[in-house]
Design a protein around this ligand. Sequence first.
Ligand SMILES: [Zn+2]
Length: 232
Amino acid sequence: MFTRPDRAVDRVFLHCSASDHPNHDNISTMRKWHVEDRGWSDVGYHFFIRKDGTLEEGRPLDRTPAAQGGNNRGTIAICLHGLARENFAEAQYTSLIELCAEITASYQGMVTFHGHCEVSSKACPVFPYKAVLGLDDHGEMVFAKSSRPDGMNPPSESLPTDRTPPRPILRISDRSSDVEILQRLLIDAGNSITSDGIFGQGTAAAVRAFQVSNGLVADAIVGPATWKALQA
Ligand SMILES: [Zn+2]
């Protein structure tokens, strides 16, 4: 559970570790890089999210991070392990969404989320953080701001839904006429994808963005809750 530090915070920055090596998938390695290799007093990030979604704590939140040169004051720094965009895991995105929703709730929406790339020439983070978190043009996490004050938990796919016509659960690499129906609904919702009946990366990204903006678990799996929201 996120607890606000004593110092003022109004921005959260997102990073990637720039490594896909399993041996680097932990805060201890990041700390070693920053302390032994760069001579810093501690790891630069406050949080690290492993490929399996585990959230690890780094530098104490009460301390300013060392992560975005010239833009460290008033910020929180979060790093996801990964280098290649396609190798980031759904479990990492789920953890990130939960953490950022908690931060948004804790600051009553008075906090914005940014990529390191917004204040540097680096490509960091390489994952599509705006879509993953459902950020608006200002970097505000829209669904977390507008949703329930009681804990921010998005409705789970397993919650009972009412009697909309049953649709199969769809996930990446599925091919069927139901995928085509899904794609048409996503196109109606404003996505520029093709309705070819193949659930590829483009469809997955559109599903995830739709889930984020509708306060659903952004796992890119189309279950009853996602179907219901799409058909609403
Ligand atoms: Zn970075």
